[in-house]
Design a binder for this molecule. Sequence first.
Ligand code: ZN
Length: 336
Amino acid sequence: MAGKSSSENRDILGMHHVTAIARNPQTNIDFYTRVLGLRLVKLTVNFDDPQTYHLYYGDKIGHPGSVLTFFPWPDAPRGVRGTGQATVTSFSIPEGSMDYWKARLEQKAVKFEEVAKRFNRKEEYLTFYDSDDLKLELVATDQAKKLRKGFTPWEKSPVPQERAILGFHSVTLTEEGYEKTASLLKDTMGFRLVEEERERFRYETGAGGPSTYVDLICQPALRRGMVLAGTVHHIAFRTSNDDQQKAWRQDIIRAGLNPTPVIDRQYFHSIYFREPGGVLFEIATDPPGFTLDEPEEELGTSLKLPPWLEASRKHIEKSLPKVELSKSLVQNQAIA
Ligand code: ZN
């Protein structure tokens, strides 16, 4: 736009996805589809390591901001939750759903903590852990109506639509020192400080609200994190298109960081860089999305490979552990 500097038109819209490390792929699929009621929106491989699955869960079509992904490494040792890491991944649930979820987690024998409150007791949250001890939260929000415009619960989910997870709420970064990370978020990436309580600083971006929050926690006494099973590998932020991404890449370089070239991830395009506290950040484009290579009704029902790996499909399929998809889908329908 004439007369405006490019940075004024730059958009980080919120969270795009979070990628974590799991061990057993079947256990992972069962937990996220049958316990949390998310949809497996893509069954593919880690493009950088095609002997490993890449499992994507999200809402009905995997809207950016709803997508939690895993690399299952069956023999991986347990990681260490600590500084330089995204230590908590939080989902939004509608206000009034906490008792439902507490009962559900209890019934499914999921490890969880008592419901707690933060930010002057305004925000109610429930901390729980997946089968690999990944730390997660459900955060009650009064903005469910607004969130339903962006996130569509899957109708075959075992969780009733009115209780369903509505995308991410936030991600928590635990840092030894927070100043440089805060400056990157604020001065380079356009985040705004919206809440603070003791050592927790909450930033938001874009339109603000759930799925745009990053909580920064400063815990210098905590041990350094180690990324292995049960920890977050990286977090990705949304940008609307390839031009925005190119411009962001230049801004990240100007900020003294070292982003990768743009990498084609098939369902989005990505750049990666390490923020000053050590967390791996990604900026990913919204398009083209998960319906690129299979129709909406078939998302996640068969192994998808990018064109450059199709020639090795036989070899890849042989080396991947078997997973049962139909079982979890059919049972989901039965429970619903
Ligand atoms: Zn990613």
